[in-house]
Design a protein around this ligand. Structure first.
Ligand SMILES: [Fe+2]
Length: 339
């Protein structure tokens, strides 16, 4: 029989540290220099709470304010001064520098005819929802992807990407990246392309990096025609829903919702934070205790845990960018219909 001796026999010796402690206050004082805190005391903010609650706020950004600002930016800032001519949508909570929701950041971006935004790559996953464009494009790892109104174009982490515009009119889109998540997890890395631009790119119309609007529209039509839309558990909450199949985007789920004019959803709450981008129509969303009237091009932030309810006053298309996929992977996701 083999008996193992304690590796460090000093543990069997009379401990000097804390030997004189005979009260809780003395104990807390004694360990104050050990970079630890007692687990049994109250913490602010608390380590746990009874239900999900985000520190971020419901918020709304109006395209009829941001579009003129982007046009002005086109006059006063060149791509030589701003590698990406964009406005980041900062959640209006004190101390927040850039995050739109806990895990995602959104931005309006614009490019002028004839311009190029040089290629780079970074750890964060990114995508863009095209609001207004004829003739702009993204080059992703050497493949040239058209960016037309209603398209959704992906640039997964560690993929080279740059943007250009061969059309006649200024192009506008909405960017979404998981930068807040990457900053929290700390694998951030970014790099400029050594040539500044990926020359010799190949035109690509069929790619897992691009969801063309005509294909998205066909998928929504098919869901409605087959009856699958109304059978979907999401239909009472957010109308006909087409979830894009984008395995290259593990942290951002992309859902396209179509609501008929006059459609009114049921209230719900779920364990995910979302950004809504209005592609068509107008309507209203209740997020927490706030009510936001929205129309084409507007963006809303719906933080985790808020009561949600949506309504369409005109036939509407809303793109939802959400960390729901991440929440499901972690087994955190729940969705509750409310009365
Ligand atoms: Fe980028």
């Amino acid at each position: 029989m083999i008996y193992f001796e304690p590796i460090n026999k000093t543990f069997n010796a009379e401990p000097a540290f804390c030997a004189e402690v005979d009260s809780v206050d003395d104990l807390i004082a004694a360990i104050a220099g050990e970079d630890c805190v007692p687990g049994w005391i109250d913490h602010q903010p608390p380590l746990m709470r009874g239900s999900p609650q985000s520190a971020l706020k419901p918020a709304h950004w109006r395209y009829d304010r941001m579009r003129p600002a982007l046009i002005a930016a086109g006059r006063v800032i060149g791509t030589d001064q701003a590698e990406r001519r964009n406005f980041i949508l900062r959640n209006p909570v004190a101390g927040n520098q850039f995050a739109t929701t806990r895990t995602l950041v959104g931005a309006y971006q614009s490019i002028l005819p004839g311009e190029r935004a040089r290629s780079h790559k970074h750890a964060p996953h990114a995508l863009r929802v095209i609001l207004e464009s004829r003739g702009s494009y993204s080059v992703v790892n050497g493949m040239k992807h058209p960016m037309e109104t209603g398209d959704i174009v992906l640039t997964p982490g560690d993929h080279w990407h740059g943007h250009g515009h061969e059309g006649e009119a200024q192009a506008f889109w909405f960017d979404c990246l998981d930068i807040p998540l990457v900053q929290m997890l700390e694998p951030m890395a970014a790099q400029e392309h050594p040539d500044g631009w990926e020359e010799g790119s190949v035109e690509c119309h069929d790619s897992e990096m691009r969801f063309a609007w005509k294909d998205t529209q066909a998928r929504l039509d098919a869901l409605d025609a087959s009856g699958a839309a109304v059978a979907d558990i999401e239909y009472p909450l957010f109308g006909t829903t087409y979830t894009l199949d984008a395995p290259v985007m593990p942290t951002i789920a992309i859902k396209v919702h179509r609501m008929m004019a006059g459609w009114q959803g049921l209230p719900y709450r779920h364990n995910a934070s979302s950004i809504y981008v209005v592609l068509q129509g107008q309507g209203c969303s209740e997020i927490g205790d706030q009510v936001f009237e929205w129309k084409f091009g507007d963006v809303l932030a719906a933080p985790m845990g808020e009561r949600l309810r949506h309504r369409a006053d005109q036939a509407a298309i809303v793109v939802e960018l959400t960390d729901e996929k991440l929440m499901r992977y972690c087994h955190f996701y729940q969705c509750q219909q409310l009365s």
